[in-house]
Design a binder for this molecule. Structure first.
Ligand code: ADP
Length: 444
């Protein structure tokens, strides 16, 4: 042992104390020895001075060794304690060990080697115990910290749930507001459109050219507003899962031609060629003709809006697996690839500035996306800035009215490397399915 050990000997017998002193000296142990002869003095020495070890005689004049051990324990004074007993005191020894003594030594067996060995191992055991105590203490503390952290996390989770609930409620109210407002505004708008149309009929009296022009502008703007209102209404219904498809068998070529005819004047006004290529051998499909036309009108409207010169092509063809593709291509401004997935989000436009050149609600593609998904179809985009864009819609020839594809990923590339957009469709509850869709939209 390198360090000097501070040892307290508690023994009333002067001869025994001398024997211990001699044994320690002979063992070559570096010690600083203190000696007391009763429990009270031992207790006050241990209360004021830290010792490496106590050698305690069980039989003391005032109180026995057990009393000292108990007083030390209740005062939380920790020190390795070797009890010196007489042979035949085994019962007492056991009691002392249970009470907290580290080790024991029969007085008759005291020798330099044994005493040195007992001292060393008592100190080692004591230190190991202290380390174990410390580890237990640290473990307890970190366990308590974890409990606190857990409680804090639970509290935060509850707050997030609460905020989530509030957000859902706010979103529900927003959709309700949009639905109510657009619905309410449609009635006067229909009156404005209807009466303008009547005014323009010659049998209701001749208007001057200037008056006719003004009424025509009221009519055009009314139709445009109605289109915007219908978009908002459709969107809010889709969000609430209250828009349903009305399936029927019809000639898809006819619907495509109708949509193209409706948009031709807008293309002509911008000097854009509007070309149709129809490769269908069988044009009969089971789908919702109103919604198919709406999709095409929206795509054509965008193609015309975002193209300043060149051509717009509409192509319809059959695909393997009883599927059809409707493709709208333009030679317009194009879309940066980084915006491919955003433009399908509601109210998202490539140019989000107030001073943007192209008008619109930013709902068209979000509505198309939801409708195509409800039809069990997919949308693909290909676009190059300043060159043009291509939107390809792939649809099954026959839709399943409950087609839902909740688990599809948000966006992917298809086998040809096209960006392929998918999003969870808006659900239609069985009760909501009774709600019918609005009238077809017009997009100027
Ligand atoms: P809106 O046309 O009302 O702005 P959409 O949802 O129809 O909303 O389109 C979202 C955005 O996608 C448009 O604002 C535009 O930035 C971009 N976009 C859509 N179609 C085209 C296209 N054919 N060419 C260029 N950009 C397009």
């Amino acid at each position: 042992m390198e360090e000097t050990l501070k040892i307290l000997v508690v023994d009333a017998d002067e001869v025994d104390r001398m024997a211990i002193r001699c044994a320690l000296t002979q063992a070559g142990v570096e010690v600083e020895l203190s000696e007391v002869s009763d429990v009270n003095n031992a207790f006050s020495a241990l209360s004021t001075t830290p010792y490496h070890c106590v050698l305690l005689d069980y039989r003391l004049p005032d109180q026995d060794g057990l009393t000292l051990i108990q007083r030390l324990r209740s005062s939380e004074i920790k020190v390795p304690l070797v009890v010196l007993t007489d042979q035949g005191d085994e019962q007492i020894t056991l009691q002392l060990l249970k009470a907290g003594a580290t080790d024991y030594l029969f007085k008759s067996r005291i020798s330099p080697e044994i005493l040195a060995h007992i001292l060393r191992s008592a100190i080692r055991i004591y230190r190991a115990e202290m380390q174990a105590d410390l580890a237990t203490q640290q473990f307890r503390e970190s366990h308590e910290k974890l409990i606190l952290k857990n409680q804090e996390l639970e509290r935060q989770q509850q707050q997030i749930q609460m905020q989530n609930f509030k957000l859902l409620e706010a979103s529900r109210l927003k959709s309700l507001f949009l639905a109510t407002m657009s619905h309410e505004l449609r009635t006067p708008m229909n009156a404005i459109i209807g009466f303008s149309q009547i005014l323009l009929r010659p049998k209701f009296g001749q208007l001057t050219q200037q008056q006719a022009d003004m009424v025509q502008r009221i009519l055009n703007n009314g139709k445009h507003l109605l289109m915007l209102l219908n978009e908002v209404l459709d969107f809010s219904k889709l969000e609430a899962g209250r828009l349903d498809l009305k399936g029927e068998i019809f000639d898809v070529s006819k619907v495509i031609n109708l949509a193209v005819d409706e948009m031709r004047s807008l293309a002509d006004a911008k000097n854009l060629s509007l070309l149709v290529r129809n490769d269908l051998r069988n044009a009969s499909v089971f789908n919702d003709p109103v919604r198919i036309k709406q999709i095409l009108i929206n795509l054509l409207s965008n193609a015309i809006k975002f193209t300043e010169h060149g051509e717009i092509w509409v192509e319809v063809k059959e695909l393997p697996g009883n599927r059809l593709a409707i493709i709208v291509r333009d030679t317009g401004i194009g879309i940066p690839p980084r915006d491919f997935k955003h433009i399908f989000e509601a109210f998202r436009q490539v140019d989000q500035t107030i001073t943007r050149k192209y008008p619109g609600t930013g709902l068209g593609l979000a509505i198309i996306d939801s409708l195509v998904r409800m039809m069990g179809g997919k949308i693909f985009i290909e676009s190059k800035l300043e060159v043009g864009s291509m939107f390809k819609i792939e649809l099954p020839r026959q839709i399943t009215l409950s087609t839902l594809a909740d688990d599809a990923p948000a966006s992917q590339l298809d086998d040809d490397g096209f960006f392929y957009h998918t999003k969870n469709p808006h659900h239609s509850s069985s009760e909501a399915r009774k709600t019918s869709i609005g009238s077809p939209t017009f997009k100027l």
